[in-house]
Design a protein around this ligand. Structure first.
Ligand code: GLC
Length: 609
């Protein structure tokens, strides 16, 4: 993760007047106690806190986005953390560039008088997905279908290893949301519609953080988005979750309880509201419940410009800054207006709107994680881990996860295929890494195309088939005839992220996909539909025309895992993590609500019946 830095040559006694006020000179010889790794983290935190000026403390609570802050400003404003928002990557987007970028910012942070290292945060939500060449794992909805927490732990460890070589030490993952309405554009970021699934999959936190923070490839995990983001009316991203407290606690709180129990280092607050109150200033839930009742000892971070939305008007005010911090938010993700945030928070302290005890409390939580991560001893990227990025073992793990996530929903004696079958493959998602990876891949929204190295589903089919077998492909199905043993239509959704994926209208397949399937059916051969989507779609009316249906979800870069199931090299074992609607107007539809779905929660076929 991080390499040993040259011994601190600058004893704190030389840490002269810091920006915003003098620091306490060190009383004795040798390095200041906070620099001594043999002391307890608590002692180091208290010693450091005692040396910090108000501006040192305000800087620690501030997280700009990389495009809007320079290394010199990181030094000058004592910035505590920097993030890459979705797709915000150095140019060229290579592991080496990421490590160079991280080290440059870290050197700037260490140039401050107290030499407090930054944490650098990214959304590595299905692998280190901003970085070209990283292994991209299935999105959470597919991992929920595996019901395999040990596998998910391994994915966390592999993701952390691929991050560690670049120095990046903070992952805004896992999303432990409970997706209750499939119209929500973030349904695929959920492990499932019942709290038990995201709770079960908090093993990914152990993978990301390691047995304890500070290991060679340990990164800080973040449980998000606190709380109730998946329960909004109509599945409206950033909308209002209208529930009695008892139901909020029963459905949406348990995964956070599980995450806290696993020692998650950070929690990110949801944009959504609970019964009309924006979560970003909900003191009861953040401070009394999360920090008090659940005993969360890490730090709470806002979402991206999350404090802007508190009063429902663009931008943020001094009141919103004070409200968010007093509610219990410890670090604010304020990508561009971070100078104004610092000024408003300083005013809030000086005007008595924000007690100094809250500032110190936030700094204690943030600094504790920095010490536990080992950042004071090993602040720079440990490039020895770069070789793990996109490595064969990681891709093998991802391929296994893809296979385990496949859910066989219909099979009229068509699957598994024989290796010597004459196969016709069609569909927009058959030969497209971008389509099969979905949102949060290289860019925030994701996009079609060869966006990063991997194997498409078609590549996997070609590899699985006998070398002498015929495997033909055309995106729209043109050219098929009755000589084929089977046709495979790989269709579904075009990549999206967050509110861009909210669907208030039709949840069915689009016309291009329906036409492709129609062409295949017109040839009179059995048709297998492989659905590459971030959620169930409204396909009941079409299903009788299909001979088989596999829910592939958003598999990521290792498309072979889909072919492994199609050819029987892996038995389909996936189980639906969400109820599959019979019709879009049933949404929200969930286990136990008395509605009649097309396929119930937990459904999935195997080849041996
Ligand atoms: C986004 C998302 C959050 C992500 C953050 C940083 O808006 O809501 O999940 O971690 O911004 O990219």
């Amino acid at each position: 993760m991080r390499s040993r830095l040259l011994a601190f040559g600058l004893p704190a006694a030389l840490a002269l007047v810091a920006h915003g006020g003098p620091v306490r000179a060190d009383p004795g010889p040798g390095p200041a106690p906070y620099l001594d790794p043999h002391l307890s983290v608590q002692d180091r935190v208290e010693d450091l806190l005692g040396r910090m000026s108000l501006d040192d403390k305000l800087g620690q609570m501030t997280q700009p986005e990389r495009r809007y802050v320079t290394p010199a400003e990181v030094t000058r404003y004592r910035i505590g953390s920097v993030l890459s928002s979705g797709g915000s990557a150095p140019d060229p987007n290579t592991p080496q560039s990421w490590a160079d970028m991280y080290d440059g910012l870290q050197r700037a942070a260490l140039a401050g008088p107290l030499r407090i290292p930054i944490m650098y945060g990214v959304d590595a939500v299905h692998g280190d997905n901003n970085m070209v060449g990283a292994t991209i794992f299935p999105h959470n909805i597919g991992l929920g279908a595996t019901r395999d927490p040990a596998l998910v732990r391994g994915i966390g460890a592999a993701t952390a290893a691929e991050m560690a070589g670049t120095g990046v030490d903070w992952d805004f993952a896992p999303c432990v949301c409970v997706a209750r309405n499939d119209r929500w554009g973030r349904t695929y970021e959920s492990f499932g519609e019942v709290p038990e699934l995201p709770s079960m999959m908090t093993t990914i936190i152990d993978g990301l953080q390691g047995d304890e923070l500070g290991g060679p490839t340990s990164v800080l995990a973040t449980a998000k988005h606190f709380v109730g983001d998946g329960g909004t009316e109509g599945g409206d991203d950033r909308g209002d979750t209208r529930l009695p407290e008892k139901e909020l606690r029963a459905v949406h709180l348990p995964p956070f309880r599980a995450a806290v129990k696993r020692g998650v280092g950070a929690v990110m607050v949801s944009y959504s509201s609970w019964n009309g109150l924006k979560m970003h200033h909900n003191r009861y839930l953040i401070t009394d419940v999360l920090k008090g009742e659940l005993g969360f000892t890490g730090f709470v971070v806002s979402d991206y410009n999350g404090i802007d939305e508190i009063d429902g008007r663009p931008g943020f005010t001094k009141d919103e800054v004070a409200a968010a911090i007093n509610a219990g938010i410890d670090m604010v993700m304020v990508p561009t207006e971070w100078r104004r945030f610092i000024d408003y928070l300083r005013d809030g302290v000086k005007d008595g709107d924000v007690p100094m005890s809250r500032i110190d409390g936030a700094n204690r939580r943030i600094l504790t994680k920095k010490f536990e991560l080992g950042l004071f001893e090993r602040p720079m990227a440990d490039r020895s881990h770069l070789k793990t990025i996109g490595s064969a073992p990681h891709r093998k793990l991802a391929r296994r996860a893809v296979a385990e996530s496949q859910v066989l929903l219909k099979n009229d004696d068509v699957l598994p295929l024989d290796e010597d079958d004459k196969v016709f493959v069609a569909g927009r998602s058959a030969d497209d890494i971008g389509m099969q990876s979905g949102g949060w891949t290289i860019t925030w929204q994701g996009r079609p195309g060869p966006i990063t190295p991997g194997t498409t589903i078609l590549d996997g089919i070609r590899e699985a088939a006998d070398p002498d077998a015929t495997v033909s492909y055309s995106k729209d199905g043109g050219g098929i005839d009755s000589s084929y043993d089977v046709a495979i239509a790989v269709v579904g959704e075009t990549p999206y992220a967050e509110y861009h994926g909210d669907k208030t209208g039709d949840l069915g397949l689009d016309d291009a996909d329906l036409k492709t399937i129609g062409r295949l059916r017109a040839a009179g051969v059995p048709v297998v539909v492989v659905l590459v989507s971030g959620r169930p779609l409204d396909i009941a009316a079409e299903l009788p025309k299909w001979d088989a249906l596999v829910a592939a979800w958003l598999p990521g870069t290792e498309g072979e895992g889909v072919a492994d199931v199609l050819y029987g090299d892996a038995d389909p074992r996936g189980r639906l993590p969400v109820t599959w609607m019979r019709s879009g107007d049933q949404e929200p539809i969930n286990e136990g609500d008395g509605k009649k779905p097309l396929f119930p929660f937990g459904y999935g076929l195997t080849y041996d019946g």
